[in-house]
Write a protein that binds this ligand. Structure first.
Ligand SMILES: Nc1ncnc2c1ncn2[C@@H]1O[C@H](COP(=O)(O)OP(=O)(O)OP(=O)(O)O)[C@@H](O)[C@H]1O
Ligand SMILES: [Mg+2]
Length: 638
């Protein structure tokens, strides 16, 4: 089967773009929020307006040029029908010359068009990515504990690219189609308005059929995207180290494969169906083209026989009508296409519109030369509700409404003061709220009631940057970036010298370990790099804090059992890290607790006992129990 010219080449109708674009969400109910286009223009398109206008101009001229060969076929045929006419050969040369010029012009302009659209497109992608990444980073920790990383990454990849396509692709195609159709129809009208009218009368039938095909295809695309998402979830969950280990230890590879291939098979089935339905669209289009050509030759042919128009006119008309049908057909789906393209912008804006709840207050001051006094004043805290910290579309149950109720209070009426340079040990049963207390100091979360103060300032009145500079954190299971040891160490202080780095590592009792690594400080560690043990990682994290040299250190001691040698090393590292700084330590080791200036016993979100080790063992209560059952036992065992 031969393809009509307007399908095969040059045209504005590329399979897949005229129909529903794959891999993007379609707008529900076909509605977009008002003002979206205005906002796209204002925030992202405006800097490129000169080039955008130029692009539209170039696209228009190229599309008009594309119609010219059809227009020129008429005079050429007429010329050949009367070869004896005076200066026939020179006119032929002129017309052929024009054809060549048009072809050259069109190809040159298509290059310019490609250059312009990629120039604008790539910069737009850059702008959008940068803005989104910057914004996401400023979201509070609660946001990251709730959202699915995959969903976030997809916003930064697919939707950003989709948004760019909306601007340079969809609108370009739209312009090209409109211009080409208008120019072709205009030339047709110049020959015969009534043949034009009759030839175009076939179109509405096609439009109706194409619409229903389009709707069916939309539905399939939606299903295919959902199945693809299922497949992606299975892959990201199972193919990372932790997931793979879980499958090996508890799972059944055959069952996993069965589940995966179920989703994959559905994707395949849908692919076949949508290919078939897509083909129906083109078959319809081909049919309409042939019918239109038949109408032209039938009616136009009679007009030639009656002597009202020339042979050239009929040939030209037949060529033009194919030039008009393609774009007109493509335009039947234009509304859906535009909506689809704009959805990506909407999804990007959805993220940009999230207000980070933890940020610098108006008039926030810098904490300079922090002494390190820390105080909790009647602090009550509940973890923020899902609705307050995230977006439904970024969470697992896509499209669900998020819970707006904050959780129950995890801390109730907690008060204490830690003078600069003192050490506070937090002890208490699992789930008591110890880690939560530590998280409030560097403002990973904001208190619900009461206040956390540093040097007398409510931390919410200080700039986040300066609070983060003043507080160093060592978590139970510190994270290392997939990068060299050095890069991980200087992350908190990029200007640190090699001497400073080594001094910090010696103090943290980790230098000898690093020195023995294959490439020393240039060894790549982290997720996919060299594996450090739990104790080594924690000492590296302590070195990182020492380099940062903050006034306040908060530290979650690892519960993991260490052998007595690394226990001693971690112990010494801690002692150095804490010396001369205010420290809040969640302690699991007796040695840390007995040396603390103050012990807070936390239970059920409240401070139930406080005092020094000597005070607390004497008093009957939770601490004495904990001491007898845990610390004393651990101390003798260790
Ligand atoms: N991100 C969170 N969102 C909601 N609730 C949380 C969150 N993190 C912790 N919680 C809840 O807050 C309570 C206190 O948790 P926290 O991590 O502070 O306990 P902990 O004293 O550090 O316990 P452990 O000794 O086991 O580390 C727990 O009931 C826990 O379920
Ligand atoms: Mg904890």
């Amino acid at each position: 089967m031969s393809m009509p010219g307007w399908m095969a080449g040059g045209g504005s109708m590329r399979p897949g773009t005229a129909l529903v674009r794959r891999g993007q969400d379609l707008p529900e109910g076909g509605k977009l929020p008002k003002g979206l286009i205005a906002r796209v223009w204002r925030e992202f398109a405006r800097p490129y307006r000169a080039r955008l206008l130029l692009l539209i101009l170039v696209i228009s001229v190229t599309s008009a040029l594309n119609v010219l060969p059809a227009r020129l076929s008429g005079p050429i045929v007429d010329l050949l029908a009367d070869p004896q006419a005076p200066d026939a050969s020179s006119r032929l040369a002129l017309l052929v010359g024009l054809l060549v010029a048009v072809a050259l012009g069109a190809s040159a302009l298509s290059l310019v068009q490609r250059w312009l659209s990629s120039w604008i497109g790539e910069r737009l992608i850059y702008d959008l990515r940068r803005a989104t990444f910057d914004h996401i980073q400023r979201m509070p920790l609660a946001f990251f504990t709730r959202t699915q990383t995959g969903a976030l990454i997809s916003r930064l990849n697919n939707d950003v690219v989709g948004a760019q396509r909306a601007l340079t692709g969809t609108f370009g195609t739209l312009t090209a189609n409109v211009v080409q159709a208008v120019v072709a129809i205009w030339f047709m009208l110049l020959i015969s308005w009534w043949v034009t009218l009759l030839a175009l009368l076939i179109l509405p039938i096609f439009v109706l059929l194409a619409r229903s095909v389009g709707r069916r295809l939309q539905e399939l695309t939606r299903q295919s995207m959902a199945r693809n998402a299922d497949m992606n979830t299975i892959m990201t969950e199972r193919l990372n180290v932790a997931g793979a280990m879980l499958v090996k230890l508890f799972g059944d590879p055959a069952r996993e494969t069965e589940e995966f291939s179920g989703a994959a098979r559905e994707v395949a089935d849908i692919g076949v169906r949508s290919a078939l339905i897509g083909r129906v669209f083109f078959a319809l289009l081909a049919l309409v083209g042939s019918l239109g050509t038949a109408v032209v030759y039938g009616l136009g042919g009679r007009a030639v026989i009656e002597g009202t128009i020339s042979v050239g006119d009929v040939v030209q008309f037949a060529a033009l009508i194919t030039q008009a049908y393609g774009p007109l057909a493509a335009l039947t789906n234009a509304p859906v296409e535009v909506l689809t393209a704009l959805v990506s912008f909407e999804r990007v804006f959805e993220i940009l519109d999230l207000e980070p709840p933890i940020r610098d207050r108006e008039g926030a001051v810098d904490l300079v030369d922090a002494r390190g006094d820390v105080a909790f004043e009647a602090v009550t805290f509940a973890y923020p509700s899902a609705a307050d910290s995230s977006l439904a579309s970024l969470e697992a149950g896509f499209g669900d409404v998020l819970d707006a109720e904050p959780g129950p209070p995890v801390l109730r009426d907690v008060s204490f003061t830690a003078p600069a340079g003192s050490t506070i040990a937090l002890v208490g049963p699992s789930g008591a709220g110890k880690s939560t207390m530590l998280a409030l100091v560097p403002r990973l979360y904001d208190v619900t009631r009461g206040a956390v103060r540093v040097d007398g300032h409510d931390v919410r009145d200080l700039t986040l940057d300066s609070v983060h500079r003043a507080v160093g954190v060592v978590t139970q299971d510190p994270h290392l970036f997939h990068d060299t040891v050095r890069a991980n160490l200087v992350y908190a202080r990029p200007e640190a010298t090699q001497e400073q780095i080594e001094a910090a590592c010696r103090a943290a009792q980790i230098h000898h370990v690093i020195a023995a690594l294959p490439e020393g400080y240039d060894t790549v560690v982290g997720e996919r790099g060299y594996r450090l043990s739990g104790g080594e990682k924690q000492r590296l994290a302590i070195a990182r804090v020492l380099l940062k040299d903050p006034a306040i250190v908060v530290l979650d001691e690892a519960t993991a059992h260490l052998d007595s040698e690394s226990e001693a090393l971690v112990q010494r590292a801690f002692a150095t890290a804490l010396a001369g700084r205010t420290s809040m330590v969640i302690a699991h080791r007796l040695s840390t607790i007995v040396t603390a200036d103050q012990i807070l016993v936390v239970d059920g979100g409240r401070v139930v006992q406080r005092g020094t080790h000597a005070d607390l063992v004497r008093a009957e209560g939770l601490y004495a129990d904990l001491y007898r059952t845990q610390y004393a036992a651990a101390a003798t065992a260790g």
